[in-house]
Design a protein around this ligand. Sequence first.
Ligand SMILES: Nc1ncnc2c1ncn2[C@@H]1O[C@H](COP(=O)(O)OP(=O)(O)O)[C@@H](O)[C@H]1O
Ligand SMILES: N[C@@H](CCC(=O)OP(=O)(O)O)C(=O)O
Length: 386
Amino acid sequence: MNLQTLVVKIGTSSLTQESTGNLAIATIAALVETLSALRHQGHRVILVSSGAVGVGCARLGLKERPRTIALKQAVAAVGQGRLMRVYDDLFTTLQQPIAQVLLTRSDLVQRSRYVNAYNTFQELLRLGVIPIVNENDTVATEELKFGDNDTLSAMVASLVEAEWLFLMTDVDRLYSSDPRSNPDAQPITLVQHLDELRQLQVETGGSGSNWGTGGMMTKIEAARIATGSGVRTVITSSQSPRNLEKILQGEAIGTHFAPQKSTSNARKRWLANAVIPSGKLYLDEGAVRAICQGGKSLLAAGILEVFGEFEASDAVQLCDRSGREIARGLVNYSSEELDRIRGRKSDEIPEILGYIVADTVIHRDNLVLSGSSSDAAELNKSDPRL
Ligand SMILES: Nc1ncnc2c1ncn2[C@@H]1O[C@H](COP(=O)(O)OP(=O)(O)O)[C@@H](O)[C@H]1O
Ligand SMILES: N[C@@H](CCC(=O)OP(=O)(O)O)C(=O)O
């Protein structure tokens, strides 16, 4: 059998009973059985589990999701321990070791910490452990949060180079609009490219339950990150965890998002998905063409406008005149320096600044194309006329 790396995400709306907030024991037990079975077949399995806030609320008798950050962080600290206790008891009955991995966005933004997280996951998987991942809600600050576990699971799938990301939720698949409020909503079974959803005018609505966050919007964003890293993504029901095995055997259950052509360069994947850009550079048509079609570095001459304040080595978004992001990269100059040298030739830089750091503003090794721009580059690469 083809042994693969699987990331499985389950949301609060599936882990808890909506009316009481108590744990949905039967769902969790079925999930534990399935993941243990997949693990025993030899697959490498990572579970991304929400539920810390929901379970913490139930434990403390709170009837709704906390509104203040401090209360949410305190409640998550209560719930995370309870949740892991339940997982450990259930997995231990099946002789399956687990580990708790709590991450904040900053753990992935910084390259050295990203590599460290990668190494830790590899060791855990090598040891046959199922890592159970959640956002470290108790310490995460607003600016450095994943915000939702759909995004976190996609970043983990990209980090560990998973083959599959399963987003398990309380609906069986994506529909043209929220099936809870629209009985005529049409099921969507396969998404080859995310642009199709725009054409179909899919409505992603809010969360269906009081406890989930983000509804389908965050799942589609997760699919964008994961498929962009070459990870096949499936939205499927948490009521039938056994379906994961059927999906792996080729059954068309849930909504499948086809993996896109992705870079095999781990550093570029980090740049595309994990870093948070601190600014934006608007480029002229020549620079956009050189980057998207020619795989060239960015020179100061092609920069029209500089937005935001950033230092050398920070990440920025590169946009065309209309503001559409075409790439991301790590700059060799600060925003203040770029404001002075934008639109100018590289050999003018020493005269303007009094020094030169590099001929390029972003070297092509530190540059990664975004979404459809990378598809265009792939197409152009295979066209010998270009
Ligand atoms: N287009 C759509 N297709 C399917 N479900 C949708 C759609 N738009 C909104 N939803 C809602 O998204 C909910 C799942 O999201 P959420 O409650 O955040 O779950 P989770 O806790 O699993 O992350 C569903 O219960 C459904 O009501
Ligand atoms: N980290 C939070 C989960 C946030 C989240 O994304 O929740 P959900 O939409 O239910 O997957 C918690 O454990 O409560």
